[in-house]
Design a binder for this molecule. Structure first.
Ligand SMILES: Nc1ncnc2c1ncn2[C@@H]1O[C@H](COP(=O)(O)OP(=O)(O)O)[C@@H](O)[C@H]1O
Ligand SMILES: [Mg+2]
Length: 273
């Protein structure tokens, strides 16, 4: 495997359920991989939606998921990484229902319960260009582990819903606390999901996100039925319909992020960009 510089680890977090975390992880992973970057997805959500989307196996059949990895010694790491997934070039550490019990076990058995994932991912530094972590809909220990491991954070916010910013103040307070153990954590910005410029609610949520999160990502994701279609087909938006508006938005987002993170992907110019 080619040696890279420091791996960029992006956590995609917001404890509000259904705001687009998993969709963002899966489709950014696909676009980064298309750019020639090496990508690993780590699923720390007991609901394991990213694993159901990306994985060739059902999470319940996977012997070493993120749950076992978190509670085991480092030698399990190679067994946890699955290179054969539904999206070419994207590797996966599966999530599973067992993660539901992991939080209690971590608290009882480890001296630094928030820092186990960071320790487990450390040997991968330089081996991948990018690691994307899909977080559960809570601010508990699994999300803390993701934030403590990450170099960067994306906060998806559903701007098509009047409740889109609900709980964001708690998230920002939590991030401030995590910075005590992970000072390098940088917020890349809020990612507006199901955004529609024409709607008053989208404009309102956009302003609130800019104010409370401090930064907006330059690309906004519109609403599209293709998102669910791609999930049902266990494929990326790129593979389903690369010319669709929502596919182009994720592609542009991946390119913007690659620029910002100084990742040298191969940008294939095309008329659909
Ligand atoms: N841009 C979008 N347009 C339409 N539906 C979307 C969009 N983004 C996400 N969804 C749908 O909304 C639901 C929640 O998205 P998901 O990514 O699973 O959120 P989370 O991981 O934060 O719970 C899913 O059914 C998903 O297919
Ligand atoms: Mg999810």
């Amino acid at each position: 495997m080619r040696q890279h510089k420091e791996t960029k680890i992006i956590a995609v977090a917001n404890h509000k359920g259904g705001c687009g975390k998993t969709t963002t992880v899966v489709n950014l992973a696909a676009e980064f991989s298309k750019m020639g970057l090496s990508v690993l997805v780590v699923d720390v959500d007991p609901q394991a939606n990213a694993s159901l989307h990306l994985g060739k196996m059902h999470p319940s059949e996977v012997p070493i998921t993120c749950a076992e990895l978190l509670l085991s010694e480092l030698e399990k790491l190679p067994l946890a990484i699955h290179e054969d997934t539904n999206i070419e070039g994207v590797s996966l550490i599966y999530g599973s229902l067992a993660l539901g019990r992991t939080e209690d076990e971590l608290r009882d058995t480890t001296p630094r319960p928030s820092e186990e994932l960071r320790a487990k991912l450390q040997p991968l530094d330089g081996l991948y260009d990018i690691i994307l972590i899909d977080c559960p809909p809570s601010l508990k220990l699994l999300t803390s582990n993701a934030l403590a491991s990450a170099t960067h954070l994306i906060i998806p916010v559903e701007s098509g819903s009047q409740y889109g910013m609900y709980g964001v103040t708690d998230l920002m307070k939590h991030i401030a606390k995590i910075r005590r153990i992970n000072p390098r954590l940088q917020v890349l910005g809020a990612l507006l999901i199901k955004h529609d410029e024409r709607l008053m609610v989208s404009k309102l949520i956009e302003n609130m996100a800019r104010e409370q999160i401090g930064k907006l990502l330059p690309i906004k994701i519109s609403t599209s039925t293709k998102v669910n279609q791609a999930a049902m087909a266990q494929s990326s938006l790129h593979a389903l319909d690369r010319t669709a508006k929502v596919s182009r938005e994720f592609r542009q987002l991946a390119r913007e992020l690659a620029k910002e993170l100084d990742l040298k992907g191969v940008v294939v110019e095309d008329s659909h960009a």
